[in-house]
Design a protein around this ligand. Structure first.
Ligand SMILES: [Zn+2]
Length: 98
């Protein structure tokens, strides 16, 4: 698969895994290993996706290729999988589209 991810401020790829990590932090307060956060957020998947969306659309920080599947509430890469239903305006990962 040909990945051409956008780069972060350090020149590293903003990968699916990184966005999933951010998403789990926002939604469930899960921190990456070795990281301690005194007041972790825990806003749930829908609100977490709103924050990710803001970083994508308003800040142009995160690439907009990443979407949340409405069914399983996981982040997936729309360039490599999933589908968008124009009627419902909903995104699905491959797993849930089956
Ligand atoms: Zn899914």
């Amino acid at each position: 698969m040909g990945h051409n991810y956008t780069k972060d401020a350090k020149g590293q790829d903003i990968t699916l895994e990184k966005v999933q990590e951010l998403f789990r932090f926002l939604a469930y307060g899960e921190t990456p290993e070795g990281m301690i956060v005194k007041y972790p957020p825990k806003v749930g998947p829908r609100k977490a996706m709103s924050i990710v969306w803001f970083l994508q659309e308003q800040m142009d920080i995160l690439p907009d290729r990443f979407e949340m599947c409405v069914t399983c509430k996981e982040i997936y890469d729309t360039y490599t999988e999933g589908g968008y239903n124009e009627k419902t305006g909903r995104h699905h990962c491959d797993w849930c589209a089956r």
